[in-house]
Design a protein around this ligand. Structure first.
Ligand code: NAD
Length: 295
């Protein structure tokens, strides 16, 4: 299949690599020429705009930082909609707000192009290992068309509903993740301050009702989970600034829906303070240091 892949950063590059491995012909576009050169060396074909990447493609995939980038990649003068053929499906895998992708899909529909959303969970490790979870928003027909390609980059391909619902699922999940990581941090720091061995405490939590992914697989206390960022100086995981971005999207979506997100707003402020301290590039589980005496 001829696939246009636009946005070859930390996530997009390994995802595109997995599509090359699966035997697809890739049209590549990114503003970063180094990112393009790296993928071209592995068999991809460089295009000089999103428009040219989309031309002649059977499917267009974008993996870009934020809504403004997705908007310009689709709607810009040299954007996807200027090059894509009527009837060709397109899929945005970036994490953005639900309304932006709905607006783009509405404009695309007026020229006979179906745009869906498919944000991912699993991070760069999941992107490399092709084990991502895709949360897909769009019609059932669109989902069935894109599913086989997504299955070459991920393990769980979930149809969430109409366009925008993939982003809703992603925002709700990350809202909960941000809150749960702070909850686990608070409990671990309190236990330590009161004098219990943190290994013992983690073991009790993980076999009790407080257990969750943040305690079991990604515990913020160093040395509890050997593979977690906490055990390697809070590096190589999910940056606090990305969590801050997702909590911002969730709280803004909540504001528009007049829905209270009390703990989510507090979590956003705690990650904002971490970012202000210059620690936004560290893994988000380093939020536990807010509870330790040197802060
Ligand atoms: P990144 O910043 O590493 O990569 C983004 C790429 O897009 C860059 O190569 C940049 O040059 C390119 N780009 C920007 N504007 C462009 C444009 N108009 N046209 C073409 N290329 C353009 O970001 P990332 O870490 O790959 O994340 C991508 C998306 O995935 C984000 O929305 C992020 O929130 C989401 N996400 C990231 C992770 C993660 O662990 N990194 C996990 C899940 C979801």
């Amino acid at each position: 299949m001829k696939i246009a892949f636009i946005g070859l950063g930390n996530m997009g590059a390994p995802m595109a690599r997995n599509l090359l491995k699966a035997g697809h012909h890739l049209h590549l576009f990114d503003l970063d020429t180094n990112a393009l050169a790296e993928l071209a060396a592995q068999g991809g074909h460089i295009k000089d705009s999103a428009r040219h990447a989309a031309q002649g493609s059977d499917l267009v995939i974008t993996m870009l930082p934020a809504a403004a980038h997705v908007g310009s990649a689709f709607l810009g003068e040299n954007g996807i909609l200027a090059g894509i053929a009527t009837g060709t499906p397109a899929l945005d895998c970036s994490t953005i707000d639900p309304q932006s992708i709905r607006d783009i899909a509405t404009i695309a529909a007026s020229q006979g192009v179906v745009v869906g959303d498919a944000p991912v969970s699993g991070g760069t490790a999941g992107a490399n290992a092709a084990t991502l979870t895709f949360m897909v928003g769009g019609s059932v027909q669109h989902y069935e068309r894109v599913k086989p390609v997504l299955a070459q980059m991920g393990r769980n391909i979930v149809h969430c509903g109409e366009v925008g619902t993939g982003q809703i699922a992603k925002l709700c999940n990350n809202l909960l993740l941000g809150i749960s990581m702070i909850g686990v941090s608070e409990a671990m720091a309190l236990g330590h301050a009161l004098g219990i061995d943190t290994q013992v405490l983690a073991g009790v939590i993980n076999s009790s009702t407080g257990s969750c992914w943040s305690s079991q697989s990604y515990n913020p206390w160093p040395g509890i989970v050997e593979t977690a960022p906490a055990s390697r100086g809070y590096t190589g995981g999910f940056a606090a600034d990305l969590m801050l971005k997702d909590l911002g999207l969730a709280t803004e979506a909540a504001r528009l829906a007049h829905q209270p997100v009390l703990l989510g707003a507090l979590a956003q402020q705690l990650f904002q303070a971490m970012s202000q301290r210059g620690e936004g590039g560290r893994d988000f589980s380093a939020i536990i240091e807010s509870y330790l005496s040197r802060h």
